[in-house]
Ligand binder design. Sequence first.
Ligand code: NAD
Length: 412
Amino acid sequence: MNPLEMVQSQIKSALEKMDLDPIVYHLLKEPKRFYEYTFPVRMDDGSIKIFKGFRSQHNDALGPNKGGLRFHQDVTADEVKALSAWMTFKCSVVGLPYGGGKGGVVVDPRDLSRRELEKVSRGWMRAFHNEIGQFKDIPAPDVNTNPQVMAWMIDEANTITSKNQGGHLTGKPVELGGSLGRTEATGYGVSFMVRKAAEKINLNLKGSTTVVQGFGNVGSYAAELLQSWGSKVIAVSDVYGSIYKEDGIDIPALMEFVAKGNKVSDFPGVEVKDRDAVFTTKCDIFLPCALENSITKENAHVIDCKIISEGANGPTTPEADKILLDNGIFVIPDVLANAGGVTVSYFEWSQNLYGHYWSKEMVLEEEEQIMVRAFDEIVNLMEKENIKDMRQAAFMHSIKKIASVMKLRGWY
Ligand code: NAD
């Protein structure tokens, strides 16, 4: 499904339950600003290649736009627009003073040398620097981008502006003003939300089983924390394939193995299966941590679990949502489940602005507090308004704040 249509349908579903001016839908259904630029890069063999980049600024009523940058061969304008909208709702869900941004470059980074990757990163910043800024729009890592990419980008931005402004980007290496705990933040947040849902449905995490689709930054840290609480991570996938082990995969060892550039399916001592076998593996907790459109009407009915915590953005289509709801699965929506990343990015930005740095313990404690508060607020709304679908309630909770600020600003 087109991700922009997906988010539009989620907005509509929330608005059905709210008594708001219909113009609110039109203010939220598309980004306020969208930029598409091309930029040239000289490749290692001396040839010039033209890359296409995007930046979408969905809605800045609550504060500057904030959101990741994705390097992927399948990036499209509509995907970036949708991802920026999810960022708006996510920031509002957890009460951050940000609007939603997102960007991308159409590139398969596996085709680039390290030097070419640096040039593409710097090229994106040169093309987009007028639209970016610490009080305007603050990028961060997303799929296939990492602290090193952020370091090259901030260096380029600092050079162009002649200002050493750390708050220009988040997800930076710690030595360059990054926050302790940012690397773990999104995955740990996914698991903090699993723990809350487990309490709600009386599921004991000790001895429970977990399956993870996508073993990148988000999936790996979510799995690590759940395993440390006693859950057995029985199946894990990446883009190449999946692995299974009935008595649990050693997650720290798998993380070390993957960090060396290995595929999940080459990990020793496990059963190798095809990539999508994770969907048919019965478990208590299922974590979709890859990309959009993973759980669709074609596979939703085969998922046999009690809790889904969405590490990825937009992993579940609206049709699939209905099936999961009918099957009694507790789905923690992306705008809440993976909000830990932007929450700690906000801490990073604040630390950069006031030049005082926090301990990792403090970062993770504050992250958990913010997410738990949002979880409780949404559950209260569900109980008060008799809403079964947590995504619908999360969007309502979020849109209520954005609509009220847009009204105060005189946008409608
Ligand atoms: P990443 O590049 O570190 O990891 C992505 C993982 O998914 C890789 O292991 C890749 O092999 C795997 N993958 C891709 N397609 C797959 C498929 N079809 N089946 C199985 N595995 C597949 O990216 P990430 O930062 O972990 O981001 C993952 C998701 O989480 C994205 O949707 C992203 O937007 C979202 N997210 C990330 C952050 C963050 O802080 N990194 C924050 C919020 C949301």
